[in-house]
Structure formats: C-alpha cells, structure tokens
Design a protein around this ligand. Structure first.
Ligand SMILES: [Zn+2]
Length: 258
C-alpha cells in the first residue's frame, strides 16, 4: 500500500458525475428519513474508475498494489461500507452502513477482487467485504465521522496519520511488517502476507530495488540515468508493489541531497 494522490479532474464529465452522485445521495437520505432502505446504483459509483484508474491508481489495486487494469475489471471499493458493517473477523454489528458515502469519491477506491471480496484461505478470511474495524465505536452519522478511528487505512486519505508508510514496512522476504495496530489489521484483513503470489512479487520488487540502489553508484552515466528514471516512476507510485521499493526512493533522495 502506498499513498495515492486523488486530484478531481477539471472536466465537464467530472462535474456531471459529481452532480449525479450528490443527487443519488440526497435521494437515499430522503428514503432513510422515510424509514426505507437506501438503494445503490453500481453503474454510477463504478464510473469512478473512468476518472482515476490510470490517473491516480496507475492500473493498480489501492490496497495490495497488484496490477488490476489488464488482468481484471477492477472493483470500485467503498472504504466505509455502504450497506452493512462487520468487525475485523467479519462479525456483524448493528449498523446500517455509511449510505451517505456510497457515492462520495473520497470514500471510493479501486481494488482487486481479492482485497475487496471476502474469500476463505484455510482458517482465515481474506478480503474486506463489509469489514470495517475501528477503535472504539462506529460513527452512525456524518457529524461523528471525524471522531471515528478506523483500523484500516485508506491510501487515498490526505490525513498525515493515514500515510501507509507510517504503518507498513517491507521485509527482505517480501512479507510486510505491521508497524502499528492499523498496519497489522490491514495485513490481516487483506491477507497481505498469506497470498503467496503477492509475497513473491514483492520479493522480486524488493530485489530490483536493491539493484537500482547499486546502479545509482555505478560508474556508467547511462546506468545511473536509467536507475534514476526507474526510481522516479517508483516514487510516483507507478510500479506494482512499489512499497517494496521504497528504499530505492530514499537512496535517490539521499543522493540528491549529498
Ligand atoms: Zn488488492
């Protein structure tokens, strides 16, 4: 997981979509206020992909950084679940879901199916589903959201405390280390250390990053330039599993300061 910068585009298509989303949200408020169930139009919130799949997510899953664009359709994931909420081990709680965030672009992100949908791996459930563990109690209204303390991390959040690198670090074997309870909860919920392909791809990415760090010290200017360009792409979050290559970014930073 890496920080993903979301910049709403300055386009007519965006304004139209945003307006439709606001209308759909108001419609649901009216329903809820009449004691009815909210309804969700998947075709509407899935349009989020059109704006951000390439521009912000670089074709990758926001949680595990696997490439989704060319291999799957890519899910549009609700960070705060829209219709039902369960705890870390998927135990249901009495909460109607965060229906007013169903079309809120700040609550949406692109993810792979493994991270978004619940499946069973041995005795462990992996994938988010409706899981949304928090420290303390879940917010039930828009007014109390700011006090809520999610145990998962939204990589698109601009809050400094949500920066993924504060919570997760890479080990040389490709596994992730949870530096905080939130980092550990992400590893657990998304199965980040038990999905073998994910671990082995991160291990490869980590080794590549060691090679890039060595290339920065090369005597060949071409080799150094190539390494710098590759590290810049990693820094921008363009590369899959770039969390495993963070040391190469730091090495380039150190070099440019010296
Ligand atoms: Zn994923």
């Amino acid at each position: 997981m890496r920080k993903i910068k979301i910049q709403p585009p300055d386009s007519l298509a965006w304004q139209r979509w945003d307006k439709k989303c606001q209308k759909a949200t108001q419609k649901n408020w009216a329903k809820v206020n009449r004691g009815e169930q909210p309804e969700f139009d998947g075709n509407l919130y899935k349009k989020y992909k059109d704006f951000f799949m390439d521009a912000a997510f670089h074709g990758k899953c926001g949680y595990c950084e696997c490439p989704v664009k060319d291999f799957q359709h890519g899910d549009v994931e609700h960070f705060r679940p829209k219709a039902q909420v369960t705890k870390e081990k998927d135990e249901p709680i009495d909460h109607p879901g965060y229906h007013w965030l169903a079309y809120d672009w700040q609550n949406l992100l692109i993810s792979c199916q493994k991270c978004n949908q619940i499946s069973q791996r041995g005795k462990q459930k992996i994938g988010k589903g409706c899981r949304f563990p928090v420290l303390g109690i879940h917010a039930q209204t828009p007014e109390t959201i700011a006090q809520e303390k999610p145990l998962l991390i939204n990589p698109t959040s601009d809050l400094p405390e949500d920066l993924p690198s504060k919570h997760l670090a890479i080990n040389a074997d490709g596994t992730l280390q949870g530096l905080t309870d939130r980092g550990k909860t992400c590893i657990q919920v998304f199965g980040l250390n038990i999905r073998e392909q994910l671990v082995s791809q991160r291990k490869i990415a980590y080794r590549e990053s060691l090679l890039l760090q060595a290339a920065l010290k090369s005597n060949s200017p071409e080799e150094r330039d190539r390494a710098i360009q590759e590290i810049i792409a990693i820094k921008k979050g363009k590369e899959p599993y770039s969390i495993a290559q963070i040391e190469a970014v730091r090495a380039l930073k150190a070099l440019s300061k010296s």
